[in-house]
Design a protein around this ligand. Sequence first.
Ligand code: ATR
Length: 264
Amino acid sequence: MNKYLVIGNPIDHSLSPKLHNYWINQNKIDAEYKKLMVNSENLKDIIDRLKKGEITGVNVTVPYKNEIIKHLDNLTKESQETFSVNTIFKKEDKIVGHNTDIAGFELAIRHSKQNLKNKKVLLLGAGGVSPSIVFALKKFEVNEIIICNRTLSKAKELKKKFNYIKIIEWGEQCDFDVAINATSLGLKENDFININYNNEGKEKFFYDVIYNPKETNFLKQAKKNFHRTENGIMMFIYQAHQAFTIWHNLMPEIDENVISIIND
Ligand code: ATR
């Protein structure tokens, strides 16, 4: 039986096992997918187990998407460009790191039928997922990407990789067509992000990477002001879909059941 893992810290909240095991069963694959809480010291051991064939594939989540890289043999173009790995597999005895968050975000935006071309985008957060979003936004040919992060130095780090982004300070206001929340603010009920939600006669698009809760205060506030909103559920499903396709060499179905599993 092939073994798959999602590693991170914390990991309890991860819904990846639910989703992958659903597809594994649906496609009658002899495999199992588990979650494992790890510390930095365990990362090398995980990769050694992949080398030995004890594990077939690994998903990586917060906070190791960058730190795992030093243990890998090869990186795909997507992970090289973003310094971020969320999917690992073995190819011709080499351990390869790939990034499916980029495609996850891109497909989620296409699924929501938003046209981001020439739009002015405000991206909140400069954490683990932000480089993937910046990379995907560039592909959509947005007009401008403005990063706003509580810790300014982290936004500046991101600018070293993507010199075309602009930075504003946390709490500073700016004009935008699209606002994306890539912070963890919204996971708690009272979390609130202080940006301009006013409509001013212009319908904007608000996207939240968070999918649990389904509607953060960020999205609630946007909806109240008659903007279009979307949560992160499809991004989560599509990034998993990409990883599943690589590991099992087949495309699982994204049906109503899949969505209800995550929403339960
Ligand atoms: P990491 O930054 O460790 O990779 P993450 O979950 O990927 O973790 O990112 C968390 C993001 O949410 C960061 O942008 C973080 O801002 P900082 O860089 O200043 O830490 C942001 N964040 C978390 N809690 C926040 C809060 N209370 N207010 C504002 N931003 C917050």
